[in-house]
Design a protein around this ligand. Sequence first.
Ligand code: ASP
Length: 494
Amino acid sequence: METPKKPAGLALHWKILIGLVLGIAVGLIVNRAWTDATWSALGVNDTSSFIAAGTSMEDSKAEGMPNENAGFVAHSAVFIRNATDFIGDLFMNGLRFIAVPIVLFSLAAGVASLNDTAKVGRIGVKTITIYLATTAVAISVGLVAANLIGPGQGFPEEVREQLAAAEQANADTRIGSAEAQKSRSTWDILLDIFPRNPFGAMAAGNTLQVVVTGLLVGIALTLIPKKDADPVVRVFEGMTRVTIKIVEIVLLIAPYAVFALIVTVIADLGVEVLRKLVAYCLTAVLGLAIMMFVVYPAVLRAFTPVRYGRFFRAISPAQLLAFSSSSSGATMPVTMECVEKRLGVKEDITSFVIPVGATINMDGTALYQGVAAVFIAQMYGLGLTFGDQLTIVLTATLASIGTAAVPGVGIVMLVIVLESVGIPLEGIAVILGVDRIIDMCRTSCNVTGDCMVAAVVGHSEGELLSEADVERAAAGTELDEHPLEEDEVIEARG
Ligand code: ASP
């Protein structure tokens, strides 16, 4: 058989990486331009009180700044900010547009084509067990790192008070949201997985409910006569291919969107706050790096033939996008595309493992909660016993399941973890200023964990392609109009 030709040009992950690096550079320039020029154009000489109060470009934009007197640099900074916001939002809308149809169609078609309800149950149990186990490992890594490094040890009290005062109002909002979450009992949460109205679930973009809908439709399709099921399955298969093609179209702007998303984040970054919390940030990032680059590859090595380079080459677009968007939910269509098309896990596994993982598997979030809890306890001079740390493992595992796959929710669920062992909630205000940057890293870890589990479950079911097969299948993913199927190509060649 002929070796398929690879698509010409730079690989997608390189393009996204270039977008990311350029975005960081431009973001830093805008950040500086904002703090220096815009403020002075507004006639504010002492910016420290604004910055300490957490006033960002976002707040100022809402107030309609800069005024007519603002200089060229300030106007340019605001223009870049608005333009990048637009491109970033456009891309995120594109991804949200695909999320529900891709889960529904591919899951229903995948389960129906399995034609084996026992296998569906087995895959479900395996997936959820591995997700829970990796989450518990992740928090333990976070706890060990924070205990060994001690980032909160001897943290100056005046810095703590200053940081807490600056973010108090924002922190109170987060704590309020956590209280609302807590008022729901476990029974309510479990009941909420089952949709009352499948169309309502789709309209609300409730991923777990859409997963349940897809599973039920797929199972029912295997239980009705084949002649009735076949046309429906064919429609779902066709729609799956359509949505996957839309993912590929949306991905064409991914490098520009990543650039845009990252400019916005870096432009808003409080560099001063980052400097004060550098030990805490480094501890969290170190823990996340250990999870992503040591623990996951080790599990892969133990249970699958997937090697380091192959894994990261395949999933890097999803990791980079998760990093830029801080949302594993929005990244989900790209994660599915990477796992299926680039890593070679078959569709029936991918379409179950990835959406479920995007909703309940948050290893990075759980790890960060472990680090944050120990950091805050150390900062307030509180000792945590072994029993306390075990409680943190349990509550953070449960809290990470309940964390929505959108930016900034991890810190809301941290409230529940802190309360479980009596750590002061005021600590949340102290770390809030750097939460976005940690969110970017933990979201990458969340997505990496989902991909790893997909590979393990796929291999255990004999549904993981070899690297050569993946490359062969990758040929023909260009945006040709009505490309021929493989058998049609053979026929055309005679
Ligand atoms: N942003 C994370 C995610 O979407 C959740 C969190 O930790 O805030 O995976």
